[in-house]
Design a protein around this ligand. Structure first.
Ligand SMILES: [Fe+2]
Length: 314
């Protein structure tokens, strides 16, 4: 059997999640080679993720390459463009990075698909933590989405930062995967179970807004790792067995104790995080009090990953 046949055979034998190569738990050689390469890019600092984009409406080839290579290496990049960049310019810019199909948000202010995150004093949105100044615990976006509508990437663009606080922590899910697999591959197997984590239905005033959504924490989609996670203890039902409980405890420990490879910092006006839905948390913050000075972040979620550098067309 030649190498191509072996690859085809592996693909055919891959499980429901299509785990091949480094994400195949029975392929330790591929895993170790990938892990070694992955770790060569660390340690890295928050500042190392930042790429200047002079004109958001038309990023240059080298600016594009710098963003895409960081997304390939760390699953995230931070662009720094003009503080007065418009929403339209930001949306246009991210289309260059392959992000086109928006996850349809329920709470969009406008119909352009971008959610404006700011502290809301009243109304329905007040009940959601992203619209308050409270800390946000570790999660990936859209963990409550249906399997067919998973958020593969998202954008957070800072228009105005908070007065104090609002520090983001970011962790590449591939690093979390490596930590857990190195500890015990059974942890990964448990977190890849189709019913590892269930988010109960969401009802408001007795009306069903979203049904129960059950799925794995780690899955492999088109040969790329995808993670679906919330650190919240409420409104989450974990698969009720010992191995899942252990896996969950170990994942919590990584996030709570802190990992050397967590990026920590905050976005300045005109800066934006572009990522393949990495694990993220945010500290609470003190805000300014007037409408035009309060913290304002644009958020957009997409159904596809940031494109690979090799997909660039110049
Ligand atoms: Fe989030």
């Amino acid at each position: 059997m030649d190498s191509l046949e072996r690859l085809e055979s592996k693909k055919n034998n891959a499980g429901r999640d299509g785990a091949i190569g480094q994400f195949d738990l029975s392929d330790d050689v591929a895993y170790r080679a990938w892990r070694t390469k992955k770790r060569q890019s660390y340690p890295a600092r928050f500042e190392d993720l930042v790429v200047k984009i002079t004109n958001p409406g038309a990023p240059t080839a080298s600016e594009m390459e710098a963003i895409l290579s960081r997304c390939q290496t760390y699953n995230m990049a931070i662009y720094a463009t003009r503080p007065d960049a418009s929403k339209l310019e930001v949306l246009k810019m991210v289309r260059n990075f392959g992000l086109k199909n928006l996850d349809s948000p329920r709470l969009t202010n406008d119909d352009d698909g971008i959610t404006e995150l700011e502290v809301i004093e009243g109304g329905r949105r007040r009940a959601y933590i992203p619209y308050s100044n409270l800390p946000l615990s570790w999660h990936t976006d859209g963990y409550y989405n249906a399997p067919t509508g998973q958020v593969r990437s998202f954008l957070l663009h800072c228009v105005r930062p908070a007065k104090h606080g609002g520090i983001s922590k970011l962790l590449d899910p591939e690093i979390a995967y490596i930590r857990l697999r190195d500890e015990d591959p059974a942890i990964i197997a448990a977190l890849m179970a189709a019913n590892a984590m269930t988010i109960p239905a969401n009802r408001e005033d007795g009306i069903l807004i979203r049904p129960d959504e059950s799925g794995p924490v780690f899955s492999v989609v088109a040969e790329r790792l995808h993670m679906r996670y919330t650190h919240r203890r409420k409104n989450v039902i974990w698969k009720d067995d010992k191995v899942t409980a252990h896996a969950r405890t170990r994942l919590r420990a990584i996030l709570e104790v802190g990992d050397d490879y967590v990026f920590s910092g905050f976005l300045q006006p005109g800066q934006g995080l572009l990522c393949n839905n990495v694990l993220h948390a945010r500290s609470g913050f003190e805000d300014y009090t007037t409408q035009n000075t309060r913290r304002l972040i644009y958020r957009a979620r997409y159904l596809e990953r940031v494109r690979e550098p090799t997909e660039l067309e110049f």
